[in-house]
Design a protein around this ligand. Structure first.
Ligand SMILES: Cc1cc2nc3c(=O)[nH]c(=O)nc-3n(C[C@H](O)[C@H](O)[C@H](O)COP(=O)(O)OP(=O)(O)OC[C@H]3O[C@@H](n4cnc5c(N)ncnc54)[C@H](O)[C@@H]3O)c2cc1C
Length: 415
């Protein structure tokens, strides 16, 4: 397998088999770094024909949701597919190779006073391909939507090595199915994306984050009031951290007596941001300013591989406060909620993996996703948990789609 792959990319395209490319603990037999779409196509055609399964990765920060292929498999690293293909600041449209990191893209946009309103963990590692393929999002989803909402077009390579494109480099395009949006969120299970066209936006004049502590039983009315106010925050987050592994998180950890922190982020014209913060002060909220390093440390805290268990629970925004209050008594368990979007993260260290936590998980009636510690939950509940609540119909359709686009299982499945 190695010789065949290496002969396509040459010596400069041979990567190191590093732990960061492990999928559920399994390492690839080879790491290959193509530098053009033509090389990606040749690699996929060769490997699909020879039945060597492949995992696609950017920086490999989020490979935990994939099932490792069985037998000998190889990893296609996109890190050399990192060129700027086209940037038209006057049209607010950018096309880049998938291996470019978010930080590099923001640096490219900054001199033109533009940016991508995305705030993921580890922006210096997160590649544009990884972000789009996972379609995950953070607190700013409340105001700015998901990566899919900014996606105008992609170029990609099918598992049999045939390149294709979908979408167009204009904001309005109406031709056929939105195949590019189907690939967004497909986690590298359907095709290899090589180029991405995104709608960028003007950089706001001001960014400001403020927070204050509330008693647990005041959290629900506080969130309800915030949602009803005529404010436009980028995100509304509730933070109940039991410990601060990173010193930058110190301002966000639980106070004594333990009270969660409500955190609001604003951006836009200076006077609009100032007006919104003034409105909060007039409501009597005792605001303090939250430093940018603390915000980034909070996002990085949610990157995979940091906790024994990291659950992501989805619900209606009105259900967030009651759940947080109920779960707050669990020892060694920290809670972060994107309250405006109805997403709660539950992070536990080894000491937090208790029977009480399992009982709480059993009681969840909603969808949830286990990013780590799935094995532990599985063992504790005799295989009953974790489960992702997809309907039978949805699952069947997803399997059919996978069979059509990847008939020889060249790419992995989701766990
Ligand atoms: C606004 C925002 C907030 C986020 N918040 C969080 C958060 O709180 N917690 C969190 O865990 N994540 C979050 N994410 C997601 C996370 O940042 C990205 O998924 C990750 O950083 C991608 O980086 P990577 O290069 O390491 O991807 P990788 O880990 O290498 O890949 C991620 C997935 O995409 C697939 N993939 C990668 N490149 C391609 C390609 N070219 N073609 C096809 N498939 C590909 C891989 O197979 C894998 O399944 C957020 C993302 C955004 C945009």
């Amino acid at each position: 397998m190695r010789e065949g792959l290496y002969s396509i990319v040459g010596s400069t395209g041979i990567g190191e088999v590093a732990d960061t490319y492990a999928v559920q603990g399994a390492l690839p037999s080879a790491v290959v770094m193509p530098e053009s779409e033509a090389e990606v196509a040749a690699l996929m055609e060769y490997a699909n024909g020879a039945r060597y399964p492949c995992v696609v990765a950017g920086s490999g920060t989020h490979l935990d949701l994939l099932e490792p292929p069985t037998g000998d498999w190889w990893l296609l690293s996109t890190r050399r597919l990192a060129r700027v293909v086209d940037y038209s600041p006057q049209d607010l449209v950018l096309t880049v190779g998938v291996g470019m990191t978010l930080q590099a893209v923001q640096e490219l946009l900054r001199p033109h006073n533009q940016h991508l309103p995305w705030n993921p963990p580890l922006p210096e590692q997160a590649t544009i391909g990884g972000i789009v393929a996972s379609n995950r999002n953070g607190s700013w989803r409340y105001r700015f939507g998901t990566p899919r909402d900014r996606l105008l077009a992609i170029r990609a390579v099918r598992t049999d090595g045939i390149p294709f494109k979908s979408g167009a480099k204009v904001v309005k395009s109406v031709a056929g199915y939105d195949l590019h949006r189907l690939l967004c969120g497909s986690w590298g299970t359907l095709a290899v994306i090589t180029e991405i066209t995104l709608k960028v936006q003007p950089m706001p004049q001001a960014f400001e984050a403020v927070g204050w502590r509330v008693a647990w039983d005041a959290l629900e009315p506080t969130l309800a009031t915030l949602m009803r106010m005529t404010l436009e925050p980028d995100g509304i987050t509730v933070v109940a951290l039991k410990a601060a592994p990173d010193p930058a998180l110190q301002p966000l950890t639980l106070s004594e007596p333990p009270q969660p922190l409500v955190l609001l982020e604003f951006s836009g014209r200076e006077e609009a941001v100032a007006w919104q913060i003034q409105s909060l002060r007039e409501q009597g909220y005792p605001l303090t300013s939250i430093p940018a390093e603390a915000l980034q440390a909070l996002r990085d805290y949610l990157a995979p591989r940091r906790h024994a268990l990291l659950l992501q629970v989805l619900m209606r925004p009105s259900e967030v406060a009651p759940m947080l209050q109920e779960w707050s008594a669990l020892p060694n368990v920290s809670l972060i909620a994107y309250a405006g979007s109805g997403v709660v993260y539950v992070a536990a260290d080894e000491a937090g993996l208790t029977e009480a936590l399992v009982q709480r998980c059993r009681a969840l009636r909603h969808k949830y996703r286990v990013l780590r510690g799935a094995k532990w939950l599985h063992a504790q509940t005799g295989g009953e948990l974790p489960q992702l609540h997809l309907s039978v119909g949805e699952l069947r359709l997803m399997r059919q789609l996978k069979t059509v686009l990847d008939p020889k299982s060249a790419l992995p499945n989701l766990v």
